[in-house]
Design a protein around this ligand. Structure first.
Ligand code: PHE
Length: 462
């Protein structure tokens, strides 16, 4: 085993830099696009409450597990798991290969369609800057964009080029620097938008929608959707936090840092929800617009508001920034794997894997469908973009999370397992035992439920 892993592979310059980067990964299209629309579809408050509980009892424990594995292993996800699960013999090796392989695959697939959706946000940003009055036509504009392969592909290419550029620059000079600019700007823009909607109306209604639980609207399906989303939004289950954790110099603050990342991610999702629903309600529309909420509904509403073009530009810039810092982390998982496992120089690994992802993404950009001969479960005849989104969010991420929870809870040595908690005084012991209990029993069982629901073996639907 090469020991270049701990030295010479770069790292974050500061704990704060790490936090911006990890939060940058977590905060993305999941917060700005997906959280608002699924909250709308599932009726608001009660769903939000369940989502918060899921973050706390599944998301946070798994976040710690990933950061601890990364920090102690000091390598890409496969290398880190392989080294740390040695004590578990063959089972550990098999688990490592499976979890590592799936993580890299997830990174390739998620980024391929994520970059296409992010590209659409770039398009809407450009339209807003151009002062184009979308008016009632935003829905059609979006429809035309999705149906326009070459234009979607062009924005996809631009977005991938930005992502690749940052990752070629490495951890400190690339990812950390970019996120230290992107994330505070993002928080700033979102705060301004929140103040803006406080004046333009709808905020009270929006907050009531988000925070007043109406449990009659809560179905079993909603609970599992909330759990699945807790994964996606915190970037868990595919080694992002393992990889970023491996670039941490200081292991004492893993627990504290992980907590801040999860909190920031949650606050930003809630802020985005508050802004978006305020706009929707002030126009007397329903909250349940579905996936088209961000691109088809919002721009048209902005157009009718004071300073609409500017607000719209700010909003879509926010989306692009959030997506970029997430995309960087997706690529980094793949690049770290190639660099650490095969000793390929970073530049070459990034350009090579970036090109592969770009190529896969063209299928989504051109709106291709999966081959019809594939079984329905593999998306036969369905749009590539939707199929990849489903496959990764419903199956690969939860399965990856399950394996990581098993590794952290059952295969790591006690010393490794508890390393992240070492700096905690006072309640440290109680925290370690609660976390150990959660990661051993609660997290795996809940994840298993999500997977079984995804496969359709259990159905809570009502
Ligand atoms: N967390 C990101 C978001 O909310 C998506 C993501 C998932 C990023 C998995 C990396 C890994 O948009």
């Amino acid at each position: 085993m090469s020991d270049t892993s701990k030295s010479g592979r770069g790292g974050f310059a500061s704990s704060l830099g790490f936090m911006w980067a990890a939060a940058g990964s977590a905060v993305g299209l999941g917060n700005l696009w997906k959280f608002p629309y699924i909250t709308g579809e599932y009726g608001g408050g009660a769903f939000v409450l369940v989502y918060l509980v899921c973050i706390l009892i599944v998301g946070l424990p798994l976040m710690y597990a990933e950061l601890i594995i990364g920090r102690r292993g000091g390598k890409d996800i496969l290398g880190a798991l392989r080294d740390l699960t040695k004590g578990a013999g063959l089972a550990g090796t098999l688990l490592s290969w499976l979890a590592g392989g799936m993580a890299v695959l997830s990174g390739l697939l998620i980024l391929s369609f994520y970059a296409v959706v992010a590209g659409w946000a770039v398009h809407f940003f450009m339209l807003s800057v151009g002062g184009l009055d979308l008016g009632e036509g935003a829905g059609e504009t979006f429809g035309a964009l999705v149906g326009n392969g070459p234009v979607s592909a062009a924005w996809h290419t631009l977005f991938m080029a930005m992502t690749i550029f940052v990752v070629t620059r490495g951890i400190k000079g690339g990812i950390e620097t970019a996120c230290k600019i992107l994330m505070p700007t993002l928080v700033g823009i979102l705060s301004i938008l929140l103040v803006y909607v406080a004046f333009t109306g709808g905020l009270g209604e929006s907050l009531a929608f988000l925070f007043k639980p109406d449990f009659s609207k809560l179905s079993g399906d909603a609970v599992l959707e909330a759990l699945g989303h807790a994964f996606f939004t915190l970037s868990l289950g595919m080694g992002v936090m393992v990889t970023y954790g491996s670039y941490l110099k200081d292991e004492r603050h893993v627990v504290r840092d992980g907590f801040w990342v999860a909190l920031l991610d949650t606050v930003i999702a809630l802020m985005a929800g508050a802004v978006i629903f305020a706009v929707v309600f002030s126009n007397d529309l329903e909250a349940s617009a579905g996936p088209g909420l961000l691109f088809a509904t919002l721009p048209g509403l902005f157009a009718g508001m004071p300073g609409g073009a500017l607000v719209s530009a700010a909003f879509f810039l926010l989306v692009v920034f959030a997506a970029l810092s997430s995309a960087i982390s997706l690529l980094e998982v793949v690049v770290a794997y190639i660099v650490d496992e095969f000793g390929v120089p970073r530049l070459r690994a990034t350009l090579g894997m970036g090109a592969v992802i770009w190529l896969i993404g063209l299928a989504s950009a051109f709106g291709l469908n999966m081959p019809v001969f594939l079984p329905e479960a593999l998306g036969g005849g369905q749009a590539v973009l939707d199929t990849l989104d489903n496959l990764t969010t419903k199956y690969l991420l939860p399965l990856g999370g399950l394996l990581i929870a098993i590794a952290a809870g059952w295969m790591l040595s006690k010393q490794d397992r508890e390393s992240g908690f070492s700096a905690l005084r006072g309640n440290g012991d109680r925290l370690v035992s609660s976390w150990t209990f959660l990661i051993r029993f609660v997290t795996p069982v809940l994840i298993l439920l999500v997977i079984l629901k995804g496969i359709g073996i259990i159905d809570f639907g009502d």
